[in-house]
Ligand binder design. Sequence first.
Ligand SMILES: C[S@@+](CC[C@H](N)C(=O)[O-])C[C@H]1O[C@@H](n2cnc3c(N)ncnc32)[C@H](O)[C@@H]1O
Length: 314
Amino acid sequence: MAAEHQPVLLDAALAALALRPDGVYVDATFGRGGHTAAILDRLGPGGRVIAFDQDPDAERHAQALAATDTRFVFVRASFADMADALAARAIHDVDGVLFDLGVSSPQFDVAERGFSFRHAGPLDMRMNPEAGTPLSDWLARASHGEIARVIKTLGEEPMAGRIAAAILDARAEGRLTDTAALAAVIKRAIPARVAAGKRVHPATRTFQAFRMHVNDELGALDAGLAAGLSALAPGGRIAVISFHSLEDRRVKRFFRHQARPPQPELPMAPAIEPALRLVGKPATANEAELAANPRARSAIMRVAERTAADEVAP
Ligand SMILES: C[S@@+](CC[C@H](N)C(=O)[O-])C[C@H]1O[C@@H](n2cnc3c(N)ncnc32)[C@H](O)[C@@H]1O
């Protein structure tokens, strides 16, 4: 089942979660279940995995696993809604939460999902095609300023203004027909001297930015981190694998904020324990994994442990 998508930082993630055979773990991003399967392999009959994914194809794979392993439960929802979903199932105090952010390899490979500039597909990019707004709807009405801002902030693309202008021209001429057409418009907007020598396709940053915008990925991450922390039992671990500096910065900031002792309200009051303790250094893929799985190139994992503190920082 996991063959379509090779899980990244697998051994490091398993170690980070400090698995207990009878523990309860949340896989916030099931994908094709590579991490879930490895966790289940290490749990005994009393252990459980509750997995989330908002993608219908991930759900099909997860339901097949749920039919064969009663220790596994799947929830088709955004991890942003994890707190309600766990509460509805009377699941509290979990022993670990894992996030493996971004998109899975099959999401990229299926042209109809509209994630890839390598295949001609509809301008969609929604991880949950039953909710939200496809990219085509947004591109049909967004202003130059809005498009440039998304490309610049979420793609960190220096040519954002030129690309946005080229997209508006193409829109006016009816040329924004599919992902391949959009990629060609972006490629032409970037001067050859700028594109020369770059390892990645000139549309990479813009496609990433549009995907993050369509799925509100940073907003979901903020909500998911808060929900993951609130679900943890004391001693439980939270591990987050990100592929993008904007995501990693957010994770780092959240962990540091929750690991800093809150200021007591009165100067003489006893110190308050923070909600998280940082665990180890951020992990990246070693040479062997990089050689076997190019997706691991930009992966970085941060880990923290829930303390016994009653309160989390606002
Ligand atoms: C990198 S893949 C996970 C791969 C998985 N760890 C494996 O080994 O197969 C990321 C998955 O997270 C899902 N995802 C992304 N954002 C999500 C969100 N806000 N809520 C739920 N699932 C999300 C995507 O649909 C995708 O299937």
